[in-house]
Structures are given as structure tokens and as C-alpha cells.
Write a protein that binds this ligand. Structure first.
Ligand code: GDP
Length: 484
């Protein structure tokens, strides 16, 4: 165990910086926890050892009872008042007592009316009473530092907030509820068992390492590596579920682009296109296609029909195709292919990996068949669809899901690798395991194998937050919003 590490009773490893972090937790923090804008209610959240005292300074209960004298899990009705006793708002104060709160500390949530001005006044009062502004994600960070959540679960909180489809939510909940952490703990336990096994046999001289032990170790290391490989296979799907799949829908005017987009969005035209000069480039909509969030770029460009605003020229199509990871290329089955279609097909050949060729309007008498189109597209598969009858749309959804999930199994989203950090850490751990196998094969002695295994074990601990430094913590929690 390296210097600066500390092993807690339960075997968890903390770096020295962990304890520095804990010192900043002496402060009582507060923030507006609800989104900006107007709403029915807005919440000012206060957390820390002085939370009840701070709240008492700004909240006056109708009953005259002090929050400091109120049990956890209760709420009082009253008024938010400034230091001169003037009323700012009426509202509720919810009391949570340590450790039974989100952060694990004393927490008061002041429910005010949901106006930005009134909320800011209430927040300013908490500062005057001794709280300091919470940093991004600081409530969740405290929950982590107080052992309410492990790191993967803390990241899950953000994923739940950001989830845009059922698949993404299932993945986020898997992290939040600890399903992902459990997988990681399983791997760490397996490594720990190997370390114990080595410890019991470490006295063997180098050249006498028992073959049986070496064989067992090799088998077990392979086992862990295989599990890591399986998890890594879910990383691409996890990233798409979390961030969405940048998608372009291209094809000449009238081919059915906006009809397809509306079918994906299951709504009528939402964007009015008859305002000349409006900026449309940045417009993006997110469609839930079988649980996969498709981020459709240039929706307005698509929606601009043949005789409104600008058409999607071939160069712009190419540009959009380049930005996208999935390019849906549409060809009108009720018309013969023409020169414009041929040009779109050249893009298909350039972007073979991400292209999907769709034959549209197949409810109408065919002028172009799937076979002809496929041949012109250099043998790429063709999906036939009709947004009029719905034919082929389910198959298209399944095909898109299939592309995203690849080897990752559906229904197992809860254990998907969701972030770049997780993917990187798993890769690092795997490198240490590979080194352990090399050490084993090189017969350099069990203590070398032990060092590699220990490194892998510590690396995996970074995922659940059992071993990591301040910098990484800051990096992770800075991605949160204030008040979370
Ligand atoms: P875009 O210019 O590529 O966005 O094409 P639109 O989606 O606006 O469609 C052009 C025309 O084709 C509209 O009149 C649609 O109603 C019609 N259309 C689109 N998809 C289908 C389809 O699957 N079947 C039939 N029969 N008509 C369709």
C-alpha cells in the first residue's frame, strides 16, 4: 500500500487528500436546488452542522417552534423573514437530521414560491446567517464523503437527472442503486482473494512457485480480465445512452425526411420554417428510438420543405453526415432514382460505417425497389419504410438499437459503463492484470504478481471512490449543477 493511503476498518482505501476534503465539510453550505426560471415552488437547500441554526435565523414557524427543536423527517409551515423581521415569503421548512439526509448531515430544505428573485433573497439570508455558497455538486460530494453513496452511485445521480430515454434511465438507476458498483466489488473481491492466496504462499523461493498455485492464479486473472472485457463492450452503448447518438437525416427534398423525424418524435411539425433568416444550424432535437436517444442535427434544415426556406444542398448534406455517428439516407421508393439521389449515394459510400440506407414511401406503387437501391449503394443493406402506414419502422428501430448495443445485452443497462472515466479506469486495471500475467509467465516471483494485482485492485477502487485524490473528485463533481 503506497504512502499517503489509509486503510479504513472495512478495508476501503482512502488517500490523504480524502481527509483534507473532509475538513472543508466543516462549513455549512446552501444553494437553490431547483432549476432557474419560474415554478410553483423553489427550494433552498442548507446542509452542514449549522444547518438548523442557519435556517432558524431565516425561518419563523407559525407555531413558534424552532427548527433546532424539530425532529428529522418533519416539516413546519411559516415565513421566511429577514433580520429586521420583514417577511420575504411564506413556505415550508423540511428538517432532516444527520445521518438520515441526502448528504448525511443536518439538512433543511426551505420550500418557497418558485420565483428567482424571492429564492435569491432567501438564499442571501442564509449566507448572512453563516452558510456559504455551495459549489457544483457539493451536496452529492458530501453524500459521497459521508459514505451515503459511493462514487459510481454519485455519478448515477447526475445520470438520472440527465436521462432522456428509458434505456438511459435504466443505466443511470443501475449506477445510482449500486448495481454497477456491485459488479466492480465482485471483481475487486476476486483480486483480493488472489492476493490472500499469494500471501499464504509468498515464502516459496522464486523457482519453486507451486505449479498448482500458478495455474490457479492464471485462471483467475483470466476470469477477471474476461469480465472487464465484457464490461468494456458496453462502453460504446453506455456513451450513446448517456450523451445521445448524433444523427443526420439526409436526402433530396420531399423524400420523407421530416415525416420520418416526426414519426421518431411522434409529434406534428413543431418548428415553423417560414421565417426567413432564422438561424437553424444549431437546432437539435432528441428522439427516443427504442430507448436510444437520437440527437437529430439540423432539424430545421430537414423540416424546411421544398418550397420554404433553403433546401438541403448536397454539400450541406455531406457536412451534416460528417458530424453524425448515424446517417440515415433516404430515397423515395415511389420515384425513380435520379442524379440528386446518386450524389447522396456517394456520401453513403464515403460513410459506409455509419450510413443506413432507407427506401421511403413503400406504401406507394414502387418505382425503385430495395434490390435496385442496394445495388446502387454498393451492396449496403436497405431498410424499407413507410411513415404513412408505419411499415418497417419497428424493424428500423430494432436495427438502430442493434447498431448501438452491438455485443452489449439489452436489459443489462444497469451495469453498462456509462462514463469515459469508468472506461479509462477499467482499461488501466486491465493493463495491471496483463502485467500480472506477464510476471507469472516470467516466473519472477509471486511478490511481483502481487504488486500488479494490488495495482489492479486499487485502480478498480477508483470507480467506486474507495481510492482517489482531490483532483479527480473535483473533476467529477464540477460536472454537477449547483444545488445538486
Ligand atoms: P422532406 O422534404 O424530405 O422532409 O419530405 P416530407 O417528409 O416533407 O415529405 C414530403 C411528402 O411526402 C409529404 O407530402 C409527405 O406526406 C409525403 N410522404 C412522406 N413519407 C411518406 C410515406 O411513407 N408514404 C406516403 N404515401 N407519403 C409520404
Amino acid at each position: 500500500m503506497g504512502e499517503g493511503y489509509h486503510r479504513a476498518k472495512d478495508g476501503a482505501v482512502f488517500t490523504a487528500s480524502f481527509f483534507e476534503e473532509r475538513e472543508t465539510m466543516e462549513d455549512t453550505i446552501s444553494a437553490i436546488a431547483t432549476p432557474r426560471g419560474m415554478g410553483g415552488i423553489g427550494v433552498v437547500r442548507i446542509s452542514g452542522k449549522d444547518a438548523l441554526r442557519v435556517a432558524d435565523a431565516v425561518f419563523s414557524a407559525d407555531s413558534g417552534k424552532r427548527l433546532s427543536d424539530t425532529e428529522g423527517g418533519r416539516f413546519l409551515h411559516g415565513r421566511i423573514v429577514d433580520s429586521s423581521g420583514e417577511e420575504i415569503d411564506e413556505g415550508l421548512a423540511l428538517v432532516f437530521r444527520a445521518p438520515r439526509s441526502y448528504t448525511g448531515e443536518d439538512v433543511v430544505e426551505l420550500q418557497c414560491h418558485g420565483g428567482q428573485y424571492v429564492l435569491r433573497c432567501a438564499l442571501a439570508l442564509t449566507y448572512s446567517a453563516g452558510a456559504r455558497p455551495a459549489e457544483r455538486g457539493e451536496f452529492t460530494k458530501r453524500a459521497f464523503l459521508n459514505g451515503r453513496l459511493d462514487l459510481s452511485q454519485a455519478e448515477g445521480v447526475m445520470e438520472v437527472v440527465g436521462a432522456r430515454t428509458r434505456g438511459a434511465l435504466t443505466m443511470a438507476n443501475g449506477h445510482l442503486t449500486g448495481r454497477f458498483s456491485k459488479e466492480i466489488k465482485g471483481l475487486r473481491d476476486a483480486i483480493l482473494a488472489m492476493l490472500a492466496h499469494i500471501e499464504a504462499n509468498i515464502d516459496f523461493p522464486e523457482d519453486e512457485v507451486d505449479d498448482v498455485i500458478a495455474y490457479d492464479l492464471e485462471k483467475n486473472i483470466h476470469g477477471v480480465r474476461m469480465k472487464i472485457t465484457d464490461m468494456m463492450r458496453t462502453a460504446d452503448a453506455g456513451r450513446v445512452l448517456r450523451d445521445g447518438l448524433p444523427t443526420a437525416i439526409i436526402g433530396k427534398p420531399n423524400v420523407g425526411k421530416s415525416s420520418l423525424m416526426n414519426a421518431f418524435l411522434r409529434e406534428e411539425r413543431a418548428i415553423v420554417t417560414d421565417i426567413p433568416g432564422t438561424t437553424r444550424d444549431a437546432i437539435e432535437e432528441v428522439a427516443d428510438v427504442g430507448g436510444v436517444p437520437l440527437c437529430i442535427v439540423d432539424t430545421a434544415g430537414i423540416r424546411a420543405g421544398a418550397d420554404t426556406v433553403e433546401r438541403l444542398g448536397i454539400e450541406r448534406s455531406r457536412e451534416y453526415a460528417q458530424k453524425a455517428s448515424l446517417v440515415l439516407m433516404l430515397f423515395d421508393g415511389s420515384r425513380p432514382l435520379d442524379a440528386e439521389d446518386e450524389e447522396i449515394l456517394t456520401i453513403a459510400k464515403e460513410r459506409e460505417e455509419s450510413a443506413m440506407i432507407l427506401l421511403t414511401k413503400v406504401d406507394l406503387p414502387p418505382q425503385t425497389t430495395a434490390a435496385t437501391l442496394s445495388e446502387c449503394a454498393g451492396g449496403l443493406p436497405v431498410h424499407s419504410i413507410s411513415t404513412e402506414t408505419g411499415e418497417g419502422l419497428e424493424d428500423l428501430t430494432i436495427a438502430i438499437r442493434g447498431r448501438v448495443y452491438r455485443d452489449a445485452s439489452e436489459g443489462a443497462e444497469g451495469t453498462f459503463v456509462a462514463t469515459e472515466r469508468e472506461a479509462r479506469t477499467l482499461q488501466e486495471a486491465d493493463k495491471h492484470l496483463e502485467a500480472a500475467l506477464d510476471s507469472l509467465a516470467g516466473a519472477v516471483g509471486l511478490d511481483f504478481v502481487s504488486i500488479d494485482l494490488r495495482s489492479a485492485w486499487e485502480e478498480l477502487g477508483k470507480l467506486t471512490g474507495e481510492a482517489l485524490g482531490t483532483e479527480l473528485l473535483d473533476e467529477i463533481f464540477s460536472k454537477f449543477c449547483i444545488g445538486k
